[in-house]
Every structure is written in C-alpha cells, then in structure tokens.
Design a protein around this ligand. Sequence first.
Ligand code: SMG
Ligand code: MG
Length: 374
Amino acid sequence: MTPYPVVELKAIELREVALPLVRPFRTSFGEEREKRTILVRTIGDDVEGWGECVASAEPRYSEEWLDGAWMALERWMAPGVLGGEVKRPGHVVERVRWIRGHRMAKAALEAAVLDVWLRKAGVSLSYYLSGVRDRITCGVSVGIAPTVEEMLEEIRGYLAKGYRRIKMKIEPGRDLAVVRAVREALPDTPLSVDANGAYTPAHTPLFEALDELELMMIEQPYDTEDLMDHAALQARLRTPICLDESIRSARDAAAAIRLGACRVINIKPGRVGGILEAKRVHDVALRSGVPVWIGGMLETGVGRAANLALAALPGVTLPGDTSASDRYFPQDLTEPFVLNPDGTMAVPGGPGIGVEPLPDRLEACTVRTSLIKP
Ligand code: SMG
Ligand code: MG
C-alpha cells in the first residue's frame, strides 16, 4: 500500500503578486526593482498547496516570461491537470509533456501539486526527496553596484550576518577590476562570480585573469547554448566553471559533465521544469562526483521553501543562493526565513513545503487572480 493519498483537485488558482525589493538587483541582463511572480494554488477537498513560478517580467534570463507563463498555465497546464485524480506528483509532468518548453510554468504547477499531495499525506518535501539535513549553508548573490565601494559595503554587511559565500554579478566592463578589488579587501572570503552568459570566447584572457583570484567558481560565462565553448574554457582554467542557464534538464547535466563543460552545477527547479527533475539533475551530478548547489530567482517564501528542501539533498555540498527573506523583501509573503548567525538556515519540517502565504499579506500583494475549474 502506498503511504501517499489520492488527491482530487477541485480547482487551481493563479495569483500574480508584486512585492517591493529591499534594493534593486542588477545583473548583466538588466535590473529588477520589484518582484512580480505567479503563485499557483492547488485546491483539494480539504487541503491546499502552493507553488511559485520563477519566470521574470521580461524574457531576459531565459525565453520564459511572466505573462507567457500565466497564459500557458491558464489555457493548457491547469486544465490538463484538473481532468482527473492526482495519484502521484509525476502525473503533472506527464500530462503537460506535450507542451514544449515552458519549464518554469510547469515547475510551478508541479510544485503546487506536490505540496497539496504531501500536505494531505502529512509528509515534508525534504523527507519525500530523501533530504539528509535539517539546516543548510547559505550564500548570497550580490548585484552589480555603481562603485566598488558600494559593492564592498554591501558584501561586508552580508558577511557580518554570517553568509558563507559571496557571489558577485559581473558584466563586460564591470568585472576584473571590481573582483580584484574585492579579493584584495577580503582575501579569505569564499567568492564566486556570475556572468549570466554575457561573454564570448573572445573574452578568454579575462577569464584567465579571473583564474588567478582564487574564486570558488565562475558561473555561466558564455551563452546558454555554448556547451562546447564552455568545455574549451574549462580546459584552460583551474577555477571550476558552474553552469546555470545551460542546464535545462538532467540530460543537459549529463551532457555538460561528459563534455567537461563544467565542474559545478547550479540547480534551480524552475529552470529544469520541476522539483522532480531538479532531483534527477542532483542524482546525475552526484553519480559523477560533480558538486551542486541550489540557486535562487529572488523567490518569495513559497519558492524559497521548496529550494531549501532541495538543498537538504546529499549532493548539495556548496552554499547556495538561498538567502534569508530580509535580503530580498522588506516583508515576505510567508513568515520570514531567517539566517542563523553561523550562516545556516533551517529546512522547513512541516508537511509539504512547510510554509504558506500569510492571508493578509497575500491579499495586499495580489495584482490579479484566475480560478480554473475542471
Ligand atoms: O534568489 O538570491 C537569489 C538570486 C540569485 O543571482 C541569483 N540569481 O543567475 O543565478 C542567477 C540569478 C538569476 C536571477 S534572475 C531574477
Ligand atoms: Mg546564475
């Protein structure tokens, strides 16, 4: 007998929310000043579940964007999942497989179904995924700042709070000099950089110079589709290359590892089409001895809770971009996630993702809703 129940979904609600960020977040592809996201709420007979879609307002990080994800969820994905019982969360991916791409939208729906199902069963997501720890180590991702001084001030603030690794965003023109200055000011701090694909093989000398700065890794230097060029660059560097945008599935992860295109992988469930696929990326990497960590997409507490559960997996051996609520929002949607002074954060232990949006806060942040029924 399976310990897991059958859940009959009565309806699925989509809810767009907007939350101010504590400070603008600038990457090589643009700047975000507020967080807009779609929450998916699965409504069962006596339980509800939540998932968060990480597609940004504009298709800069990847092809997906918020309004496109909304339409795909409303028109095809939610109706496709509502047409029957959910016997296991893997059903979600099977029912929406015919839809090409749209991984972030699929992941949000799968997360909400997984949550309702695990809540009904009284089991935490971390337990379901076979997580091995109840606290995880946290890093923080620092956006591009106007000056080195401002960047250093922000970094020092995070270090004082306990963060165990600092990731700096870089872009052409704001790279070597900034990273060198930060490295000189903080000789012993674990540092990494993330280019979000802003460079080409013509910039190889820049990466050879960064290679001298004892970085933990260089994240996504080249374009999403440039696995071969990443492999050529990795062969020239001591510093591990970490792939983010390029890894869209467990199959991509296996290919990248075989090609030598990376020595570290950043796992984000939205980017790979779901929590279950994220676990498969983890499993592929673990079998190959490639360390992984859990990335972030400026999620509210809903998405962050699921990321924390993934971070409890055994192959997640590096600090992730799973930072505390106060790094992102003056007020989160859920009870805030808090960093312990030792730079760790608790993995939620309650059923499902273990948290839910605070009702008043949710209403205050809601921009639009759509209720989809069978
Ligand atoms: O959630 O702390 C976070 C953000 C971490 O830097 C971060 N994410 O490429 O890894 C990445 C970026 C993508 C952000 S796009 C909104
Ligand atoms: Mg990245």
